[in-house]
Design a protein. Structure first.
Length: 501
């Protein structure tokens, strides 16, 4: 269906792809595997017309093609679901799905009813129960991911590229997507599937292609290959997931949350977060698990003061109660919050690595009202080295780095504030197994140095690997709390689907 020959793509100071060749077969799912920065997303952007300045050749259905933009690729029959969401927040779900391919009535007007009906049909197929007329800005990241999938399904594409399509959706939605992929395979479509969740790839994929440092390492059938062999090919060496050794000190309380509630912005009699109380101690990692819509993100946002007018309850840091519950007060008290959506809330892609890292500490690096370039450079170099951020220089634009390195920049920005309590919302979303291990080690190291850490994750193995305690949420309420010694996957999952009566 699709043949790539000797593709090379360079960015300033970085060779993203180096002489890559591969084949994508019809009626099969091909897993594209590699660490962050291996070149996977760059290659897919070339195939889908996002990047058109490259060396090499592409053959689609035995004809050489070169797309100057994504619309050309779509019209030929190649669609992409991007890892970084490409939705317009202030358009509705229906408007986003039909953007650039609107249905026009015989009078030359937009046929909004037809588009709404088709959108509703697509969303039902994906089992996403939302109004097609709601603005995308009002959806959570996981829901937006499903809308991206619906966009790709609208076009009758022969090749569908899925770049981390399940990074922010629940297990139930993953099962729905698996069924859709099987249907597409049966229709003879070719699926290119990028995911760092290797267990998922063994369930879904027929073939694999491994990229490492911008080069094609190996291709073959998934049947007969092992998990460890795939990982070794990805990183060029053996690697094992770390486990946290000890349990944090439970004597010194850093954060206490009491009866925290968050009112629904429209439904006045409904709470998004309902009467939650817990504590975080020095040296302790508290994992929070819940399915999509459980209220995990909203809980962290409340603690950090993002919804002061709708929040009630108490947040106490080192014995001092936060009065105004605003982000400025939270930062002064020693709280830091790494958000789930790094592109929207964590990073300014058009600024340099150095500028992004220094954003939270401008008061400390300015001199007489002017930014001190030397201090800013020293700060950036420290975190580039400490977090092993792969960049050609501190002046490189953050938007040009891989997803994993962008996430490290967001972490660096908040670590620069020297927080007492670090709140992490899905800190390893869209990150490969090696980069995950680096972030796990960093989180454990920070806890050992005395920080209290709250980590929200939808990946149970991650929660169980490095947490000291696990809190479970369902529909805005805290349904269970376990020490790591008593926590099991079945207990946690049961609590995650059990609403308090």
């Amino acid at each position: 269906m699709l043949v790539v020959e000797n593709i090379t793509k360079k960015f300033p100071g970085v060779t993203a792809l180096d002489n890559v060749s591969m084949e994508i077969e019809a009626g099969k799912v091909t897993a594209l595997i590699g660490e962050n920065g291996a070149g996977k997303s760059t290659l897919m952007k070339i195939l889908s017309g996002v990047y058109h300045d490259f060396d090499g050749r592409i053959f689609f259905k035995n004809q050489q093609v070169k797309f100057s933009n994504p619309k050309e690729a779509q019209e030929k029959g190649i669609a992409i679901i991007h890892q970084e969401l490409n939705l317009i927040p202030y358009l509705t779900v229906s408007e986003n799905i039909f953007l650039g391919r609107e249905i026009i009535s015989k009078w030359g007007m937009l046929d909004k009813k037809a588009m709404r009906l088709k959108t509703n049909s697509l969303l039902q197929k994906l089992k996403l129960d939302i109004d097609p007329g709601v603005f995308v800005s009002e959806l959570k990241v996981g829901q937006q991911q499903v809308v991206e999938i619906a966009k790709a399904l609208l076009v009758e594409s022969d090749v569908i590229i899925m770049d981390e399509p399940t990074s922010a959706i629940s297990e139930a939605e993953v099962e729905v997507l698996s069924g859709i992929i099987n249907d597409l395979k049966g229709e003879g479509r070719a699926i290119v599937y990028i995911s760092h969740k290797l267990d998922e790839l063994f369930r879904i994929a027929d073939r694999y292609i491994v990229l490492r440092d911008g080069k094609m390492i190996e291709a073959g059938d998934m049947k007969g290959i092992t998990h460890d062999a795939i990982v070794q090919k990805m990183v060029g060496r053996e690697i094992s997931i770390m486990q946290k050794a000890g349990v944090g000190d439970t004597n010194i309380e850093l954060l206490k949350v009491e009866n925290l509630c968050l009112k629904h912005p429209e439904k006045l009699n409904e709470d998004l977060v309902h009467t939650i109380s817990f504590r975080v101690n020095r040296h302790e990692i508290v994992g929070i698990f819940g399915l999509m819509g459980a209220g995990r993100t909203e809980l962290l946002e409340c603690i950090f003061g993002l919804h002061p007018k709708r929040t009630s309850g108490e947040v106490v840091v080192e014995g001092k109660r936060l009065k105004s519950k605003t982000p400025a007060e939270a930062m002064r008290a020693g709280l830091a919050f790494v958000p789930e959506d790094r592109k929207k809330d964590g990073l300014i892609a058009g600024l340099s690595v150095k500028a992004n890292i220094s954003l939270t500490t401008l008061n400390e690096i300015e001199e007489a009202g002017i930014l001190n370039n030397r201090r800013e450079g020293v700060l950036a170099k420290k975190y580039i080295d400490d977090l092993q951020i792969k960049t050609s220089s501190e002046k490189q634009l953050a938007g040009n780095l891989s997803g994993g390195n962008q996430q490290k920049i967001v972490l660096a920005k908040w670590l620069a504030t020297k927080p007492k309590v670090l709140m992490l919302d899905e800190p390893t979303r869209g990150i490969d197994i090696n980069a995950k291990n680096e972030i796990y080690k960093l989180i454990v190291k920070l806890a050992e140095e005395g920080l209290g850490i709250i980590m929200v994750s939808s990946e149970l193995p991650e929660i169980l690997a490095i947490s000291d305690r696990v809190l479970v949420m369902c529909e805005g309420s805290l349904t269970a709390a376990y020490s790591i010694a008593e926590a099991t996957e079945s207990k946690i999952l049961n609590a995650a689907i059990s609403k308090i009566k």
